[in-house]
Every structure is written in structure tokens, then in C-alpha cells.
Design a protein around this ligand. Structure first.
Ligand SMILES: Nc1nc2c(ncn2[C@@H]2O[C@H](COP(=O)(O)OP(=O)(O)OP(=O)(O)O)[C@@H](O)[C@H]2O)c(=O)[nH]1
Ligand SMILES: [Mg+2]
Length: 361
């Protein structure tokens, strides 16, 4: 077994070097953020220390899965002292991805074209990769390929101006985190920004759904109304008309069910707001993105919230979703904690995530 440490700027660089030096059967056994030494401690840059290993016993039959299990055991052993459950979980996810690739025999071609290798590791869809590959040829500046990719990505990403006042509606598929995000927004507006906030739910569809938001409303001491009809909606909005912000939760409907969507639309029309956010999970499969977005278009959403970034290790889905929706990103969520795990991200932060130069820890 050969074990080697690499200090790199990002995981793409690590994967390229590991495959080049140790071959495609190498596996990553640990990664951690470190700082490169700088002049008197100045200009220190963030870097990643990646440890990779490869079994070089030639005569043994190659059994990547069995090797992987051995390495998993070692990682668990190594981290037991350090009490880093999340760390182990992330390591295992990284390893699973790497092992899948090894088993599928991918990687040879990527070594030959570092640009393709950088883009392939992002999970961006093929259409976007094609577009970026084409666009970077039009950049005449004499800069590295990775910098060109960053320029193109930044052009493609749009973020919202944040309206934290008025009527804010969240729509989207079941279980993506709408109610939790409403609670995070309510917490941030009412408890931190000291705004006068009201909550409304038209979430009458699922048993237990009303109680979930009612509990948050009680804890935060925020008025809460449940709405069944257009008349209820009118009355609820009227009772909160002098509030700074009214946050409106909806039930996760199947976007394939046009009837359910049109019922929801009648209530949303009554709200009469320009501030409708489609909530989508970053863990969505690429091939489902367009269907979901098409299904929710009749509701007239004009922002996108991407949730559960803590549950993925490649962040290309952010751009895949935004490109399909053609609407700007307003918030992302990075965990279950209310209200802490709600974030506004800059274009630079999103680009760094997509290119593997940063991660959600
Ligand atoms: N890991 C993680 N879990 C999240 C995040 N946001 C929400 N969740 C969890 O996802 C689950 C579903 O969240 P809800 O807020 O009930 O989802 P919803 O969209 O309101 O679901 P419906 O009302 O059924 O349509 C809960 O267990 C949340 O704690 C996030 O950013 N990260
Ligand atoms: Mg809900």
C-alpha cells in the first residue's frame, strides 16, 4: 500500500494529481482544511490536505470494493479519537463517489483533459458543461483555464435583491423544507431584525402540517392563521395589514397534478405579491429538475430557494436548477437548525462551491 499526502487548492486538483501519480485505483482516505504558510503569517491561503492510498501489490487480484471496506475500517478507527461524526460521514460520501468511479472505470479520459475533469466533477449537466467549454474560448484575457471557468460561471448565476418586507410566499414539492425555511425566515426577521411578522399557512392538506408551523409560531410568539378559502385568505391578510412581513407557507403538492396546482394558484392570486419563492432541494436528480420547474411555473414564482446543501458534496445542482428556472437565487439552507441554517450566498461563494474550492461543513 502506498500512502501519499497532497496539499492542494481544491478537490478537483487533488483528484487530477492523485489519478496521475497513483493511478485510477487510488482512494482518498482523508481530507482536511489547512492554511498554507505565508510571509510572517500574512497572505495565508486556504488549502486542503488530502491523503490518498493505493494498493501496489501487483499479483493480488484487484478487488476495489473489498479494498474500500478495509479503508473505511481504517478511517473509522483513525477518527474514533477525534469525535468527528460529521467528518466521517463526509469522508465516506467522498469515498463512495470515488469508489463508484473506480468501479465504473472512469477517469482515464479526464486525466488527458484537465478542463473536462474540473467540470465533470461538479455534477453540472452536459448542456451547461458544453456552454462553458464554448464560452471560455471567447475569453481573450491571458488567465488560467480555471479563472476563465469562474468568469463564465459568474455570468450565469443570478442572485435576488432581498425583499424582507411585504408578503412572502413559499411553494415547492413535498418535503423540500418549505415550512422549516418559513420558520428560519420568521426567526431571522422577528427575533434578529425585530420586525413585526405574521405567519399564514394554506397547508391544510397534510395532517400535522398546521401543528408544525403553529409550534414555531408559539415559540417565537408570532401571530399565526390557517387559511382554507379565498375569503379566509382575505381576512387573514387584513388582520395583518400593518405588519412588516407576512410569511405564507403552502402544502407540498405534486407538480404533476394540475388540479392541485390550480387550487393553490387561486389562493396565491388572492395574496397578490411579487415575492413568490420556489423551494427545491439540492439533492434533486438532474433529470427531474425541468419537470418540477415546469409544473410550478403556473404559480408565477420569481425567486428560487435551494435547500439541504448540507446533504450533498457536489454543488452543480445549484446552477442546474437556476438555469432551468431562469430566476435568481434568494436563499440557500444548510441544515435543520432554526433560524441559523439559512444563508444568503454571493456569486463568488456559489462559484467556489460548484468548483469544489469550498464546501458546506
Ligand atoms: N439536512 C437538512 N434538512 C432540512 C433542511 N431544511 C429542511 N430540512 C428537513 O427536511 C424535512 C422536511 O422539511 P419540511 O420543512 O417539513 O418540508 P416541507 O417542504 O414543508 O414539506 P411538506 O409540508 O410536506 O410539503 C424536515 O425533517 C426538515 O428538518 C436543510 O437545509 N438541511
Ligand atoms: Mg410543510
Amino acid at each position: 500500500m502506498v500512502i501519499k499526502k497532497y496539499i492542494v487548492n481544491n478537490m478537483n486538483e487533488a483528484l487530477t494529481r492523485i489519478r496521475y501519480e497513483l493511478g485510477k485505483e487510488a482512494i482518498i482516505i482523508s481530507q482536511r482544511k489547512v492554511k498554507r504558510p505565508g510571509f510572517l503569517g500574512f497572505f495565508q491561503k486556504k488549502a486542503i490536505e488530502v491523503t490518498a492510498a493505493v494498493d501496489n501489490s501487483e499479483k493480488e487480484e484487484k478487488k476495489p470494493l473489498e479494498d474500500g471496506i478495509e479503508v473505511i475500517k481504517k478511517i473509522v478507527q483513525k477518527n474514533q479519537d477525534e469525535d468527528k461524526e460529521n467528518y466521517i460521514y463526509k469522508e465516506l460520501q467522498e469515498m463512495k463517489l470515488m469508489m463508484d468511479k473506480i468501479v465504473r472505470g472512469e477517469g482515464d479520459q479526464e486525466e488527458k483533459n484537465p478542463l473536462q475533469s474540473i467540470l465533470k466533477n461538479t455534477d453540472l449537466n452536459d448542456e451547461i458543461i458544453k456552454y462553458i467549454s464554448k464560452e471560455i474560448n471567447n475569453i481573450e484575457e491571458n488567465i488560467e483555464s480555471i479563472e476563465k471557468i469562474k468568469l463564465v460561471l459568474k455570468e450565469m448565476i443570478h442572485t435576488s435583491k432581498h425583499l424582507t418586507e411585504g408578503k412572502i410566499v413559499l411553494v415547492g414539492p413535498t418535503g423540500v423544507g418549505k415550512t422549516t425555511t418559513i420558520a428560519k425566515l420568521a426567526g431571522s426577521l422577528a427575533l434578529i431584525q425585530k420586525k413585526k411578522v405574521g405567519l399564514i399557512t394554506i397547508d391544510t392538506y397534510r395532517i400535522g402540517a398546521v401543528e408544525q408551523l403553529q409550534t414555531y409560531a408559539d415559540i417565537m410568539n408570532i401571530p399565526f392563521k390557517v387559511v382554507f378559502t379565498q375569503k379566509d385568505m382575505e381576512e387573514a391578510l387584513d388582520s395583518m395589514k400593518d405588519y412588516d412581513a407576512i410569511l405564507i407557507d403552502t402544502t407540498g403538492r405534486s407538480s404533476k397534478n394540475a388540479m392541485q396546482i390550480s387550487e393553490l394558484r387561486m389562493l396565491i392570486d388572492k395574496i397578490n405579491t411579487e415575492n413568490i419563492h420556489l423551494v427545491i432541494s439540492s439533492t434533486i436528480k438532474n433529470k427531474d429538475i425541468n419537470t418540477i420547474i415546469e409544473g410550478y411555473k403556473p404559480l408565477g414564482f420569481n425567486n428560487v430557494i435551494i435547500t439541504k446543501l448540507d446533504e450533498t458534496t457536489s454543488y452543480g445542482s445549484i446552477l442546474n436548477i437556476l438555469q432551468s428556472a431562469k430566476k435568481p437565487l434568494s436563499y440557500v439552507t444548510v441544515g435543520q437548525s432554526v433560524p441559523d441554517d439559512l444563508m444568503i450566498m454571493s456569486k463568488d461563494e456559489i462559484v467556489n462551491l460548484i468548483l469544489g474550492e469550498d464546501s458546506i461543513c
